[in-house]
Design a protein around this ligand. Structure first.
Ligand code: 0GY
Length: 303
């Protein structure tokens, strides 16, 4: 049986998140979350950069119910490398209420891709965050993208805002829908209409196949969870960035908890509070329905 020591300083997920005050619309999808192990059943990858605490499908589905969501999109995290067994196990036990985004290598066979598809995988994730993964040549990633495109899958990309200029040509040449994790990780101390975030907005404006997750305020925020004027203004420095994307591209945004919040060392969010943040970035019922139901259903449950 595999035994894993959690990376020092790692914060476990919130033991008892609050029930949100904001009631999400019927059929809402948490479109970015993970399962970790459990490590003794689904060992973590040898090439991983961190060892998480276990976070099982049972715990994920209990959180989903508590927060009032109906469905999950489970995203393969780097600590499992390209071993998608924990993800597939969660999908198969979800009663069709979860879809997945996998990590695959160029050596994957067509039969293996078909198996992932049958389990509910609808995309692959390319991670460019240097503290999380070793470098993979772009030709390899492009080859994978061309293999998954005929399945109707999409590509999820994770990168830091400073790296967007270098990655621009690759992203804008991908042959599928492209979903950006966490708004391309903007530096929220910079202006929302400054050159850095403007570049990201321009990429979405010029390329209608590019979507964004307006997620992870807890990861991006400098002002933090409890602003001076109380809980309702939690993560207020991230609001202008997410709200701008929701209002400009209402049909191409997704939202997710990011549970169990890997690699947070200072502050672990209350997931209920994260849900209460949603009406600040999507102020109308129509925007909320698109963000939480219509968009993820179109991308993940079209079949
Ligand atoms: C996230 C964020 C992070 C980690 C991963 O796959 C991963 O390990 O995505 C991070 O450390 O910023 O979305 O889960």
């Amino acid at each position: 049986m595999a035994k894993f020591e959690v990376t020092p300083g790692w914060l476990p997920f919130h033991p008892n998140p609050s029930v949100p005050k904001f009631r999400v619309p019927e059929g809402a999808v948490d479109a970015h979350c993970h399962v970790f192990g459990p490590g003794d059943e689904f060992p973590y990858a040898p090439e991983r950069k961190y060892t998480p605490c276990d976070a099982s499908r049972h715990q994920l589905f209990a959180l989903r119910d508590k927060l009032g969501f109906a469905r999950n999109v489970i995203v393969q995290a780097t600590c499992h490398g390209a071993d998608n067994r924990a993800l597939v196990d969660a999908l198969k036990h979800s009663n069709d209420m979860a879809r997945g985004v996998a990590t695959v290598r160029r050596t994957i066979t067509d039969a293996e891709l078909q198996e992932l598809d049958a389990a509910g995988v609808r995309g692959v994730r390319f991670n460019f965050v240097k503290r999380l993964v070793d470098f993979t040549p772009k030709e390899e990633l492009m080859e994978i993208a061309s293999r998954i495109a005929p399945l109707g899958w999409h590509v999820v990309v994770y990168f830091e805002a400073v790296d967007l200029p270098e990655l621009w040509d690759f992203f804008t040449n991908l042959p599928t829908t492209v979903v950006v994790d966490h708004m391309g990780r903007p530096d929220v101390t910079k202006p929302v209409d400054g050159p850095e975030f403007e570049l990201f907005v321009r990429m979405m404006r010029e390329h209608e196949n590019i979507w964004s997750k307006v997620s992870c305020p807890e990861r991006l925020s400098v002002s933090g969870p409890a602003a001076l004027d109380g809980e309702q203004n939690a993560y207020q420095d991230v609001v202008p960035f997410a709200k701008r994307l929701v209002e400009t591209f209402p049909d191409r945004v997704l939202w997710g908890t990011d549970w169990p919040h890997p690699n947070l060392k200072n502050h672990m969010p209350d997931d209920g509070l994260l849900v209460d943040w949603i009406p600040h970035i999507a102020p109308t019922a129509e925007l909320q329905r698109k963000l939480l139901v219509d968009n993820p259903m179109r991308l993940y449950w079209a079949r």
